[in-house]
Design a protein around this ligand. Structure first.
Ligand code: NAD
Length: 484
């Protein structure tokens, strides 16, 4: 299959925080890969803007090092790297000061697509937005990209939305949730709405329950101080997992159009039931294998922040009444895996005697590693031994099915940045979506705080706290094994 790369219009992109970790690991390498693929015209202008004193050549050297480290050798071509670096420049700027802004104005054009990537702490969003206008740099057609975390509760998210809305309208604001840029996440929509096969069954009548798992092997060592202020609920559930849940649960939009899709996602968030305390298990990993536990990594010996969470949530609407969604995510678990498993109900009547061999149909959508889908179906066990049943996977790895192109799935950031340039907001969160998600999350967190709830300890490298198993066992269900 031949990959289709459609070049975007020439653009100007200013990356505030252009010397930071995210810029070096994701944004610069992602832009380079799109340039290498022929998607970025050579007369585009990419400006790094940050506090460090540096000139264009200094920034190009930083970018070259980032490409060397984060782009695979098969895409590193000296001539292409040089041509890419020629599009790069740098302006030293203080988001809170006055220096550098007029220099930036002289570097960007008004007659091309203009985007400003705020890859800085959210506390600087307002300062940058204000100065972009005060110095007449941004105009009505400019776009801004903002990073997570988008608030830490409803009030702070509303405040951030308010700050941005002073200078930009909603159609100009691209709130990144990089999960939405993942190939398989978008495939969820293709699978549901471009096939006749699944959608008629996509409801409580046929689906017993849904499991969404995002498991990580990494601990918070090295960034414990930051993580401790957040925790799994804020860091993962309120944004990434909520987005996955929405894509599974939403009604078909009338068109694959940004607002049509986001309207449907918003309706799902609004239909989420409040979660009862007994339907949530929080965990904190313990010390083991010569490594410190969460409390050592967070440096706060009394921290009650969770590095693991499992919860059950119901969606109160016609489609989903009676089908619980179970979500779990955690750090320092036994394997790194993200998947969505949709478990179908039993046939209404079995004509076979072999009840032991029967298992539910499960559609597993793997986000990582090895993006793909797996449909567990019942067949007859091969051989002459009578009518015995067995379950087999209809396994589709996108990398295998799509050949070279499937093996070369663009990183989420690459895709999302190109969407910003194309002006397509479908894969970005709208302000009301983010606020609705916090509206659901806030009372849960406030409940823990009011009760002084402490997370349960779990062994590093395990599947999480024992109590999380009970969350499903008591409903007569089981979590899927966490494995790569
Ligand atoms: P970082 O600390 O590595 O870099 C911060 C950047 O902001 C630097 O370039 C710094 O020079 C610049 N900066 C700081 N204060 C400034 C000021 N007053 N004026 C101008 N520039 C200033 O941070 P990071 O890890 O790159 O993260 C950037 C943003 O992206 C944060 O909001 C973070 O939460 C978010 N984010 C980061 C990651 C990641 O993997 N690093 C992932 C998701 C979201």
């Amino acid at each position: 299959m031949v990959s289709r790369v459609i070049p975007v219009e020439p653009f100007d992109l200013v990356v505030f925080g252009g010397t930071g970790d995210l810029a070096q690991r994701k944004i610069i390498p992602g832009l380079y890969r799109r340039f290498w693929a022929g998607q970025i015209p050579a007369d585009s202008v990419i400006i790094g803007a940050a506090r460090s004193g540096m000139d264009d050549d200094g920034y190009r050297a930083l970018a070259r090092a980032a490409i060397d480290e984060f782009v695979t050798a098969d895409k590193r071509d000296v001539a292409v790297i040089d041509a890419f670096l020629a599009t790069l420049g740098y302006v030293a700027i203080d988001a809170k000061g006055t220096g550098g802004w007029d220099a930036l104005k002289g570097r960007v054009r008004k007659n091309v697509v203009q985007a400003f990537y705020f890859s800085v702490a959210p506390s600087l969003f307002g300062d940058i937005a204000e100065r972009l206008h005060a110095h007449d740099i941004a105009g009505p057609n400019s776009r801004i990209v903002v990073e997570k975390p988008f608030g830490r509760d409803l009030a702070s998210a509303q405040a951030l939305n308010g700050v941005l809305a002073k200078h930009f309208n909603e159609a100009q604001i691209y709130r990144i949730d990089h999960y939405l840029g993942k190939e398989t996440v978008q495939n969820l929509m293709a699978v549901r709405f471009a096939n006749m096969l699944f959608e008629p069954l996509w409801k409580a009548e046929y689906i017993d329950h849904v499991q969404i798992t995002v498991a990580e092997t990494v601990s918070v060592d090295g960034r414990g101080a930051y993580y401790d202020k957040s925790g799994a609920m804020r860091d993962m559930v309120q944004n990434h997992m909520m987005q996955l849940l929405c894509l599974i649960a939403m009604e078909p939009p009338y068109h694959f159009d940004p607002d049509a899709v986001r309207d449907e996602k918003l309706k799902v968030i609004r239909a989420l039931d409040p979660v009862k305390p007994e339907d949530i298990v929080r965990g904190q990993y313990l010390a083991g294998d010569g490594q410190g536990g969460y409390l050592a990594h967070a440096e706060n010996k009394d921290s009650k922040t969770e590095s693991y969470i499992a919860l059950k949530v119901n969606i109160s609407n016609w489609r989903w009444k009676g089908t619980p969604f179970y979500l779990r995510t955690g750090k320092h678990l036994r394997a790194r895996t993200s998947e969505i498993a949709i478990t179908f109900r039993a046939p209404p009547h079995s004509i076979f005697d072999d009840a032991d061999g029967w298992r539910e149909n499960v559609l597993v959508i793997r986000l990582q590693p090895n993006e793909g889908m797996n449909l567990m179906v019942m067949i007859k066990e091969p051989g002459p031994g009578g009518m015995r049943l067995t379950q087999v996977p209809l396994d589709m790895s996108f990398a295998e099915a799509l050949g070279e192109e499937g093996a070369d799935i663009p990183d989420a950031y690459e895709r999302l940045i190109m969407d910003v340039i194309r002006g397509n907001q479908t894969l970005f969160m709208r302000g009301d979506e983010v606020e609705a998600a916090w509206r659901w999350t806030d009372p849960i967190i406030q409940g823990w705080e009011a009760r002084g709830d402490k997370p349960k300890g779990y062994d590093a490298g395990s599947s999480g706290p024992e109590d999380a198993l009970m969350l499903m066992h008591r409903d007569g269900r089981r979590w899927r094994e966490i494995r790569e």
